[in-house]
Write a protein that binds this ligand. Structure first.
Ligand code: IVH
Length: 698
């Protein structure tokens, strides 16, 4: 288009497209943006305005075209030029499967005992759905599901809405005539939980697991619906090969393929490892298994792949599976079991939660006997009844839940569940406010269940940290009327504890010592411990930082509260109402009179900015003396932030014993590394060390 290309506005549009692709990659793939969101939005709006004036200038890969097109009638079939194979799965979750795979590969490659170990690439097995992405001259032209491996469905419109998938390849990728990238579309657990929350709030059907939610989103006929579902992507291989890649004299490796995919702009998991020999594969299976619950997404195993591509070719295929790769499973995160009863639990705020009592079942690595049913509407929607067989899911640190009833239904079936009209613990009336999904006990602190939960909340590690004050003890203290509220804890003596079930002299004095120790705390922990509705740990920290003194918070007006970052009307109202109640003020006074104290200051508005504000830390490994919580608390008290993963934004990585991939990543990115002594020195004198000067172990 020679005339348009000469137009400065046309050139501006192209420059904007390039900039937007770059910033989207920084944001969605690297998780390391260079510009604030608002600036990105401004660039996008500018491009949209130009394209609105010149509709014929819109390119298919324009960042404005992620959600284009109208709903489809159906999906067209796509024949895969290179079949999308499945992979042999070892369900034996023990290390043996890794060793057996290595032994088989060595045999098939005719390697002797003196030959060096075979190098593999080990990867997580992502639990989503396989997608093939076809790029021509660097542009995404088609995306297809796996289907039966030979023929899949054309889901291009929907896949384009996934921000982590490049519409245009980066760097050398643009020079490749034809390239098919393969990978997994999945949904992160937090995105899945939030999606189900939204579905529940709207009275819509919830999804059983992130995989089903992702598969459902990809197979929507209306791309606008897909765009509203938060999907993510990992690339793990290449289907159709660009000539040249992997055909060189050295034959190339899968590891290089993954590196190339990163360079072209795809997210590749940083959990992939190169492993030499079967023992290393087994260790990888163990390591990933151990951190599985902490990952932000579901995986159902790991995949081992022979690294050398020429060896992959030699090994070839058996029927529809490659001989050079296997999947090695982890214990399932979903199981079938039977509902023995549906109980109703009363929480700290009076919320009633129906809980299914289950025939014990091993799921996600632990034995589960209870699973939440969330609320009455959920039980009704899923129509769960006593005697039914149900699917139970436990993934990550999310509490186990009943996700669906599994056929066949027993005949006759049990009665439908009804929420009791009186609190099962204190007998007070159960209320359900308009627009609320939850039923609540109206008993307040008259209700022993609410009191118990309030005490447990106050005593928990992240609040007042009273070790040894667990459920069993709190049950006895409240049931025996020894403790009615949190203030009573500080009046306990040895005589009131000794004699209780499982309370010998020694454990009783330990509990008393822990109660005594808890008196010295921080304002943020104390505030969080009070259990004010909507005031979680991070809000409590914000409030403490902003106001500095408890009295300032207790006397704050709505206006004052609303000036705290991230505090909106609902939260502000909840805090204001809490401290407007004389009873709550009295509890606070009693606690202070018992000697509960914390350092106070004049509040951030007036104070100097904290020495580490704006600085981001990542903790890895075990520190010699500080627990992770302590280290985090001390960094945050100095104004710093603790993040979960290392990126270029990280200012310091604090590494202890057995530090893992985060330390490697820090070295790779040149992020400053501290040991515990270095961290303490920094906290004592923030000016003395800057991220540029390598102190500690570095
Ligand atoms: S490689 C020829 N790598 O597992 C080998 N598959 O393959 C082709 N999957 O539904 C697959 N994570 O979508 C490979 N890191 C990974 C994977 C992975 C998940 C899925 C894949 C397919 C199934 C069997």
């Amino acid at each position: 288009m020679p005339t348009a290309a000469a137009d400065p506005e046309w050139r501006r549009a192209e420059a904007l497209r390039q900039a937007l692709h770059h910033h989207a990659w920084r944001y969605y793939v690297l998780d390391d943006p260079e510009i604030p969101d608002i600036e990105y939005d401004r660039l996008l709006a500018e491009l949209q305005a130009i394209e609105a004036r010149h509709p014929d200038w819109v390119t298919p890969d324009s960042p404005t075209q992620r959600v284009g097109g109208r709903p489809l009638e159906g999906f067209d079939p796509v024949r895969h030029r290179v079949p999308m194979l499945s992979i042999r799965t070892e369900t034996d979750t023990e290390a043996g499967a890794a060793l057996a795979f290595d032994a088989r590969i060595r045999k098939e490659l005719a390697l002797g005992p003196d030959d060096p170990p075979v190098v593999y690439v080990a990867e997580p097995k992502f639990d989503g759905l396989a997608i093939g992405l076809l790029y021509e001259h660097g542009l995404l032209v088609r995306a297809a599901t796996r289907g039966d491996g030979e023929t899949g469905e054309d889901v291009t419109q929907n896949i384009r809405t996934i921000a982590q998938i490049p519409l245009r390849l980066r760097g050398a990728g643009t020079g490749i005539a034809r390239l098919e990238v393969r990978g997994e579309v999945y949904m992160r657990r937090d995105d899945f939980e939030a999606l189900n929350e939204r579905q529940r709030a709207r009275g819509d059907k919830t999804f059983v697991n992130p995989r089903n939610a992702a598969a459902g989103a990809v197979r929507q006929l209306d791309p606008a619906v897909t765009a509203s579902r938060p999907l993510s992507f990992f690339a793990y291989g290449v289907g159709e090969w660009p000539s040249g890649l992997g055909d060189g004299p050295e034959g190339g490796t899968h590891w290089q393929v993954l590196q190339a995919l990163r360079d072209w702009g795809f997210p590749v998991s940083d959990l992939v490892r190169r492993c030499a020999g079967g023992e290393a594969l087994a260790a990888y299976h163990r390591d990933i298994g151990a951190c599985r619950d902490a990952l932000p997404f579901d995986i159902d195993g790991v995949v081992y792949k022979v690294d050398r591509l020429d060896w992959q070719r030699v090994l070839g295929f058996v029927t529809r599976e490659p001989r050079w790769a296997i999947a090695h499973k982890f214990p399932a995160q979903e199981q079938l079991t039977r509902v023995l009863a549906i109980d109703v639990q009363v929480g700290r705020t009076g919320k009633l939660t129906p809980v299914a009592k289950l025939e014990p079942v091993f799921v996600g690595g632990v034995t589960v006997t209870n699973a939440t049913l969330h609320n009455a509407d959920e039980v009704a929607r899923k129509d769960v009844r006593v005697g039914d067989t149900v699917i139970v899911r436990r993934a990550g640190d999310v509490i186990p839940e009943v996700v669906a009833v599994a056929p066949p239904l027993p005949q006759p079936r049990g009665e439908p569940f009804v929420m009791p009209s009186a609190c099962p613990v204190c007998g007070s009336a159960v209320v359900r406010e308009a627009d609320e999904v939850d039923h609540r006990c109206s008993g307040g602190l008259y209700c022993p269940a609410q009191r118990k939960q309030a005490i447990l909340h106050f005593a928990q590690r992240r609040a007042m940290d009273i070790e040894g004050l667990g459920e069993k003890l709190v049950d006895q203290l409240v049931d025996g009327n020894v403790v009615r509220g949190v203030a009573d804890l500080y009046r306990l003596g040895l005589s009131s504890l000794v004699g209780l079930d499982r309370m010998a002299d020694k454990s009783a004095s330990n509990v008393l010592a822990a109660i005594e120790a808890s008196k010295s705390t921080t304002l943020a922990r104390f505030l969080f411990g009070l259990g004010i509705r909507h005031v979680g740990e991070s809000t409590a920290r914000d409030l403490a930082r902003h106001f500095g003194r408890l009295d300032a918070i207790m006397d704050a007006s709505m206006q004052d509260l609303l000036s705290v970052p991230d505090v909106g009307p609902v939260v502000a109202n909840s805090i204001h109402t809490f401290f407007a109640q004389p009873h709550n003020r009295e509890v606070v006074e009693q606690l202070r009179a018992s000697g509960v104290h914390w350092p106070e200051h004049d509040g951030e508005a007036r104070a100097e900015p904290l020495p580490l504000s704006g600085k981001t830390f990542v903790l890895t490994g075990t520190l010699p003396t500080l627990t992770r919580e302590d280290a985090k608390a001390r960094i945050e008290a100095a104004g710093g932030k603790v993040a979960g993963s290392v990126s270029r934004k990280t200012d310091w990585v604090v590494a202890g014993e057995a530090a893992g991939s985060k330390l490697d990543k820090a070295r790779e990115l040149g992020v400053a590394i501290l040991d515990e002594a270095g961290l303490i020195a920094l906290l004592d004198d923030p000016g003395a060390i800057s991220p540029g000067s390598d102190s500690g172990r570095g």
